[in-house]
Design a protein. Structure first.
Lengths: 336, 336
DNA sequence: TTGTAGGCGTTATCAT
DNA sequence: ATGATAACGCCTACAA
């Protein structure tokens, strides 16, 4: 079923059919009605390829999701898909492993699909510095700060990772904790991990609490398993901590399990706090204390900025979305 | 940069360039080398739209994921993306809400993108009966049984949901439980939910254990929240159960939380068992007992069947993938 | 207002 | 082995 068939069926010429179908002017009401009617009941669909052949780019928006296991990103993809479903844009979601280069991947996708814009869920500044220059459509980096990057077509929306981690640690300190271990991602690979670690260290420094990353920090991927293993490594060192701060809820959950297996109860023996604010956290026993990132808001702001760049040519912006510390059952005050 | 430019640059005709670039026969080694070289250093990229315009269909494979929050599906999408990344096929992942019609959605996508095949992650037979006839590419329905459907281009790979649930309940019964409540999806909407409920009832019937769905079954979506609420509803009824069987791990986790808030401990006061075998379950305290579906295997078999249908024209098959009951910490024997 | 024709980048079918 | 050329489905001047 093509517009040619439609033309034949209605007796109009392809040009008229095309104009009618696309809502262009210079089509009589009658013709439009007849053609739309025919299209309707023949189940006509445009051939996107043919339609876009002529155009510089498609109406696709690509979402590049870095880190397949990231629960927060899952939520955000849903939000984005939902928001976009009522627009003319088509969503194209691409997942890639945490250690791959999201920018070269995006570049490849851009060449192939000629999208109107790209949304990065997670990303690494280093990769952007190296390879982003070749991408010319509007892009938004979500959950990673791009304000230091000099690209006019790259915006970013992020939670202030450093501050979020700092507040998390401050909360623990305010409750009397002094011996705090931190588990998180590899700071040499991930900006987010680095910032969160720095935030922790800033808090420790402000209170003159000794913290040696080589001893008190364990890194791994953001996964249940790695949280579990990180704590095992820490405890194997023989040191005692009254609290563990995990730079991701998933790690915190693995951490709690590892503590349990060592005979340590949460929060009675050790307090545990995460970062992300996964909905799951509220349903655990004990409920997970966490620094809540507003995933829906990150996603929506990111999308809004992207669409404004695409449609109104607005220039790149770098925004921060607020977070909040949720004190729940997995932490407790240390009696002095 | 088009193949035309490339032809001009190398002195060959567009036809030759096209053949060389696509690895077709009837191109001299010399020509191929020259052309590939030129393409290389000019950064040539095919125009996908133009390429696919001529072809009946693209090289896309569409994955329609039903139920955005489904953790198991998330895993499976990863697996599929991974397997497909080294092939010529492009993946197109589409998420839709649990209560939307996945078949009409797929039909629309088929018309738009002309994929080589479609993989349904979750689906409802009723929708297929109504609307599937219009889809003509090979499809595989994963996690839902399509063997009763009369379509020659629809395969399915599934865990035997009825049997899985039956085995779960049998396990509880073998441990001495007689008062068992079941929570799960809406059996009138979801085939999977219906089969799981039937499996439970079969087990109860086999042991002459009274079970009244109106009293002992609570349905909701597969989510933490709905598991939590389902148990609240059950307990509000004033009845006492020694075990709760949840037709999804996510619901089981919400259930445990709700029990806790009622002062009931798992497994001391109430045993809880789920279905799905989410990796998360092993990291909880207590570790969640569950009927493990082999997500990776479901995904891989589904993909294999789809590719065989596409490439070798093999006819539709309906397979079952084994499950296993994982007895972990959330259940205990009832002393007689 | 409507029809006609050329072109978008590629593949495929012919000749050569 | 290579080259010329006609599709593919749609849009858009331009002509009527």
């Amino acid at each position: 079923m093509t517009i040619k068939d439609l033309a034949e069926a209605t007796g109009y010429a392809v040009g008229t059919v095309s104009r009618a179908l696309n809502g262009h002017p210079n089509v009589s009401e009658k013709a439009r009605a007849v053609i739309l009617e025919a299209a309707q009941k023949s189940g006509f669909q445009f051939n996107t390829n043919a339609k876009q052949l002529k155009q510089i780019h498609s109406n696709a928006i690509i979402v590049v999701v870095k880190g397949v296991g990231n629960e927060l990103f899952g939520e955000m993809v849903e939000t984005i898909q939902h928001s976009l479903s009522r627009t003319k844009y088509q969503l194209l979601v691409d997942y890639l492993d945490e250690d791959l280069n999201e920018v070269t991947r995006a570049l490849q996708l851009c060449r192939e699909r000629k999208p109107r814009g790209v949304l990065f869920l997670g990303g690494n500044n280093q990769n952007f510095i190296q390879d982003f220059a070749a991408i010319d459509v509007p892009c938004v980096l979500v959950t990673s700060d791009g304000s230091k990057l000099p690209f006019p077509n790259l915006s970013s929306v992020t939670t202030d990772d450093l501050e979020a981690a700092r507040c998390g640690i401050e909360t623990l300190i305010a409750m009397g904790h002094r011996q705090i271990a931190v588990i998180g991602g590899d700071p040499s690979i991930s900006d987010t991990s680095r910032l969160r670690l720095e935030g922790c260290m800033a808090a420790f420094a402000a209170h003159d609490i000794p913290f040696d990353p080589r001893r008190d920090y364990q890194s791994g991927r953001y996964s249940w398993q790695n949280g579990y293993e990180a704590v095992q490594t820490l405890l194997r060192g023989g040191l005692r901590y009254t609290a563990i701060f995990a730079a991701a809820d998933v790690m915190a959950i693995g951490a709690i399990r590892a503590l349990w297996e060592y005979g340590l109860r949460v929060p009675q023996d050790v307090s545990v706090m995460g970062v992300d604010g996964l909905p799951l956290g509220s349903y655990l026993v004990p409920q997970l204390s966490t620094v809540v990132q507003d995933g829906a808001r990150l996603a929506n702001r990111g999308l809004t900025i992207l669409l404004e760049s695409i449609e109104q040519g607005k220039k790149a912006r770098h925004e921060t979305v607020p977070f909040r510390v949720a004190k729940r059952e997995s932490i407790r005050e240390i009696p002095i």
